[in-house]
Structure formats: C-alpha cells, structure tokens
Design a protein around this ligand. Sequence first.
Ligand code: HEM
Length: 418
Amino acid sequence: MTENDLPAEAIADPKTFTDQAALHGLLARLRRSDPLAVVQAEDHDPIRLITRHADIMAIERDAARFINAPRQAHFSNAQMEASRAAAGGVDVQKFMRNLVAMDGPDHLAYRDITQGYFTPKGLEGLRGEIERLAAEFVGRMADHVTDGRGECDFAQVALAYPLRVIMTMLGIPVEDEPLMLRLTQQTLTSQDPEFQAQGGSSMGAMMEMYMYFQAMIADRRAKPRGDLGSIIANARVGGELLPEADVFGYFLIVATAGHDTTSYAITGGLLALLENPGEMAKLRADPALMPTAVEEIIRWTTSVRHFCRTATEDCTFEGTAIKEGDLLLLSYPSANRDDAVFDDPDVFRIDRRPNRQLAFGTGPHVCLGQYLARLELSLFLRELLARVEDIELAGTPRYVEGTFVGGVKYLPVRYKMR
Ligand code: HEM
C-alpha cells in the first residue's frame, strides 16, 4: 500500500507513526478531501478524525461544547482492557484525577495553582539550573568519545535531561531519579513493543508512585520549601487543601507530561538539523535564530500525536452533523502540516515566521509546560552546537510505534567534541 491509499483507519495503528511520509501523505489527503473523517478501526470505538488546523483550533476553543472528560486518548479496546486488568479492576480515576481529565471551572481553578510557576517570568529563576543541566547532559556525550570521535544513541542522551529538569523543579532528589524514570515509564503503558519488553506492571508502578508521592506530600505540608512540589501539596481550592486523589494526580501529570514529549522534540530536532545541513549551518552562524528554530522543531516533531474531545450536544460543525457523545480525535501532526496555514509545510525552515504551530494545543488545556519545553530545548541546543561538531548520522533512525506520544526513539550519531 502506498502513502496515498492508506485508509483513515491507519490513524489508529501505532505502526503508521513509524513512517513519516506515509503518515503525512494520509493526513494531507484527508485535509483536502475528508477533514472530519469518520474512522472505524478494528477493535476501536468510532471517532471523527479532525485534520485541519482551523477546525482543531475551533474545537479546542469551544470548550463547553467539546469537553475532555471522559476520554482523552483513543486506544484499542484490547489496550484499554489490558490497562484495566493491570489496574486489578480498580477505577484509577478514583485515586488519581488530573488536569487533562477535568473541564470547566474545576479545571481552571486547578490550573491556576501552577500557572504562574510555568510562565516565562515564573521560570526565569530556574534558567541557571536548566543551563547547568543542559551542560551536564550534553557533556555526557564526551563519555562516548575514543580517539577524538564519539558515537552514541542521541535519543538516550535526550531522554534523561527533561526528566532531570522536572524532577529538580518538583524537588525530587537525584538519587531517586532512576526509580522515577522506571515508574513513569511503567505507568504510561506503551504501545511500542520495544518498550513493552522492558516489562513491569503499570498498576504496581502506579502504587509505588502513589506511596512515594504520599510521603513527599506529607513532608511538604509539614515543611514547605520553594519547590513546585510544595506549591501543589499546599494548594487550596475553595479554601481547602486538595483531596488526596487530586494532589497525587497533579504530581503524576507534572512528573509524566514533561519528559518524553520534550525529549522526542530534542531528538527529532537534531534529526531534522542533520537531514537539513543548510539549516544547521544557518543556526550555527546566527544563534539569534534560536527562538524561531525552536518553534520550527516543535512544529516539525509534534510529539503529542493526538488528544480527544467529546461533544456535549448535537450540533453542526463546518456543515457536518455531530451528535452528543461523539468522539473527536485532534490530529496535531496534521494541523502542523496544513498548507492553509504554513507555506511549504513539508519543508523544515529554522527561520519560519510566522509559525502558528499547534503542537501545544490551544484553548483552556493548552500545554501548561510550553514555555518550559521551549526553554529546555533552546538551552540544550545552544550547548550542543557549542560543544559538538562534525555531527552526522551513524545509522538509521527509528520512530516510536504509538498513536499518542512519540517521536524518534533511536538516533545513532557520530561526532567530535570541543
Ligand atoms: C515539546 C514538548 C511538549 C509538547 C509537544 C506538549 C504537548 C501538549 C499538548 C498537545 C497538550 C494538550 C493541549 C490541549 O488539549 O489543548 C499538553 C498538555 C499538558 N502539558 Fe504539555 N507538551 C510538552 C511539554 C510539556 C512539559 C515540559 C510539561 C511540564 C510540566 C507539560 C505539561 C503539560 C500539562 C500539565 C498538560 C495538561 C494541561 C491541561 O489539561 O490543562 N508539557 N501538552
């Protein structure tokens, strides 16, 4: 089957996301001919696949009509059943409620708790620490140098850095980080067979995480510090401390949402620069291009592959009848290649301006960590370009098999370090 005749149902197949040309060929065709396609993939609930930039914006901004509860992502019934079984039949929502699953005033009140912390101004105090971490992690590439030449899987370098940033912000000590890495990876059941092979029960991991955060919450309530963990643990809504399930959910979403998304952007960003050496040279020659380069990398990599919304009423959207309860799948990779918004959308251009990329979503649920992700990316890239030269591909990159969050998971590179 060629990229032009993949059926819309391929959007539900994790393997589709390992072939960028096929994926974008399918999405371009749907944007032109069937932008609200009904997808009835085997063993999946039917869903409408929203592919145009303008439609995704309109749906996200109409948050009363299109809500996040009860379904935030689209997985096969078998996979959802496996998650339920791994949870021992326990309703996970009962002891874990987080921002992504909330709507309306509840959601706004909970976002308010950390919103200030995640603004560019709020993050300013962390810049020095993030710079130091960027230097430390890029410096790890030197461990793989012999006789002046280095070789490593860059995806592994990029994986550890955003995790350390977020753990530092939360106030989790470095020695607990391997535990956190294992627990967050096991909690988010993966569709990629390579990650599943790493084993571990997602419910067991969730329980371990629960115990860990309970101890931390008690500690921060007794002795608040200046960290993000203390802000969440001591937050009040309507004058009351948050219920246990909500504090835990908050820790969990902050601990998990910010690391693989950002590391896929860093790894995919380096791959784009390697595949477009002219763009790499431009960025090396003019570091003032960093902000537009970061924006273009975020557009290009779009590491969140979808979120869902549910219609709250019968309505007509762009001439199409939508029924109450209908599920909608927002395809961010599609929005970010829409030629109604981007000139030459399939060209990677570090000085693209304007760049109305939608990788962070929009509306009330717009990514809480968007400024943090931009800061992490720009400080890391600046350090990488300063310390690493003659960098080239040393093998074939591989993409994550997964319909939800993903990107380049294997990026072998050869380089020299200064
Ligand atoms: C390149 C990296 C990242 C990408 C592509 C990304 C993408 C997204 C997207 C698409 C959403 C949903 C937006 C919507 O529904 O409109 C989201 C939500 C969220 N992101 Fe990110 N994200 C990234 C990094 C981060 C980081 C570093 C954090 C740090 C804590 C973070 C925390 C969150 C949280 C807490 C939410 C839920 C917000 C809510 O529902 O109100 N993300 N992100």
